[in-house]
Design a protein around this ligand. Structure first.
Ligand SMILES: Cc1cc2nc3c(=O)[nH]c(=O)nc-3n(C[C@H](O)[C@H](O)[C@H](O)COP(=O)(O)O)c2cc1C
Length: 388
């Protein structure tokens, strides 16, 4: 045997080849992961112009803005919101809205669904304040000052609620008055400012709207790659946390559900129930550690129960009245008991006065989930081995 093929060298050579192959495989996976992340974060690199319009005044203005942006090489899609799925807003990075207001401060028909979705989401604590964090927006309101308090109510409401959902203003809202005699001049001035804001960004950052004032469309260092994700992928397992971007727009949407319900004659309060958990809400709740039950409830141990189980003090019920609600699930598990020691959003969002219509379909499942969470917690505290 030649010295170059001695067993030690052979082993070394094999090890080196295996390492090279492994590194190649890892870098390939890393590249795939980056591509996937980039796609998720930048599903559509074009901006959107929405027109919310009844008699085409706002639609005409939106078309004018679209032409101006195109002339300046700023790629935008002109969108009629009646053809748009609001849950896709989570994927947008730049949104311009031209919105008129009608009777009693209501939106025109073509934008009613989108406007209601934004308004309801902004008031729904389960949705969270970071839903549209990647999005920059600007609103131009079309209305008449003659209507007093409701002057441009739709534009103003949208602007405030988009902010509540985490979107950032590219420009402050601009309010056009159709009876003021200067609507075109005001609109053209605002449009020019939009172009300037976008082209300034293009000069500074090399992109016309990604990374606007620090809002980045690219993955951050932490997000870029996580070896644990990789291991999960390798094991063929699924991550328990569902990423908002992964789920948004993929599950059954609220608009689709409504269309289907209408086709089945189920709407208008006859037998129709509004789904409580849209894909966006579900993803948010699961990220917060809730177990979502049916389309109506989410359950997780309340922080006081956890604290009490850890011997760090309980809630006011214990301090003031000595009620040991953290032990309730051990003794006589019931829905009433679950209410005491699990946080179930039903009890924090009284539907009275809200448009939600729902009832509790699976009380048993709520209790069982509460018992399961409680038991897991206690086993964990006692150091019982197992997967929690
Ligand atoms: C019946 C009616 C009600 C209106 N109510 C309001 C209102 O509450 N607030 C407002 O700012 N403008 C109001 N306007 C003015 C409209 O917003 C205005 O006519 C606008 O140009 C309509 O734009 P659009 O064609 O894009 O829908 C109202 C107009 C009409 C005809």
């Amino acid at each position: 045997m030649s010295p170059s093929l001695s067993p030690t060298r052979l082993t070394l050579l094999t090890l080196l080849s295996a390492t090279t192959l492994y590194l190649f495989y890892k870098s390939h996976r890393r590249l795939l992961h980056r591509l996937k992340t980039f796609k998720t974060l930048n599903p559509d690199p074009r901006g959107k112009i929405f027109f919310i319009s009844q008699t085409s005044t706002s639609k005409g203005l939106a078309q004018r803005l679209h032409n101006l942006l195109t002339l300046n090489n700023l790629p935008f899609d002109l969108i009629d919101p009646k053809d748009y799925e609001p849950e896709d807003l989570c994927k947008e990075t730049l949104v311009l809205v031209i919105a008129s207001t009608w009777e009693n401060g209501e939106p025109p028909q073509n934008g009613a669904f989108l406007v209601n979705w934004v308004n309801e989401s902004a008031e729904d604590f389960r949705v969270g304040a970071a839903l549209l964090v990647k999005c920059k927006f600007a609103v131009f309101g079309v209305g008449s000052r003659a209507y007093g308090e409701t002057f441009n109510a739709v534009g103003k409401g949208l602007s405030g609620n988009l902010r509540k959902l985490g979107a950032k203003e590219l420009l402050e809202i601009c309010e056009g008055d159709v009876d003021g005699g200067d609507l075109d001049k005001v609109f053209d001035g605002w449009s020019q400012k939009v172009v300037e804001a976008l082209t300034d960004n293009l000069k500074e950052n090399g992109v016309y709207f990604g990374n606007l004032n620090g809002v980045d469309g690219e993955a951050s260092d932490e997000e870029e790659y996580d070896d644990e994700d990789d291991e999960e992928g390798e094991n063929g397992g699924e991550s328990e946390l569902v990423d908002l971007e992964d789920i948004a727009g993929k599950g059954p949407s609220r608009r689709k559900e409504m269309v289907e319900a209408k086709a089945n004659g189920e709407l208008n309060g006859v037998t129709g129930k509004k789904a409580m958990v849209t894909p966006v809400i579900r993803a948010n709740l699961e990220k917060q550690g809730y177990k979502v039950i049916g389309s109506h409830s989410g359950v997780k141990l309340c922080r006081w129960t956890k604290s009490q189980l850890r011997g760090r003090g309980g809630c006011y019920k214990h301090s003031f009245y000595g009620i040991e609600s953290h032990r309730c699930m051990e003794a006589t598990p019931s829905l009433a008991c679950a209410n005491k020691c699990v946080f179930c959003w039903r009890h924090h969002t009284n539907p009275v006065g809200k448009s939600w219509q729902w009832k509790m379909d699976d009380p048993l499942e709520i209790v069982n989930t509460a018992i399961e969470l409680h038991t897991k917690m206690i086993r964990q505290m006692k150091g019982v081995p197992g997967k929690y």
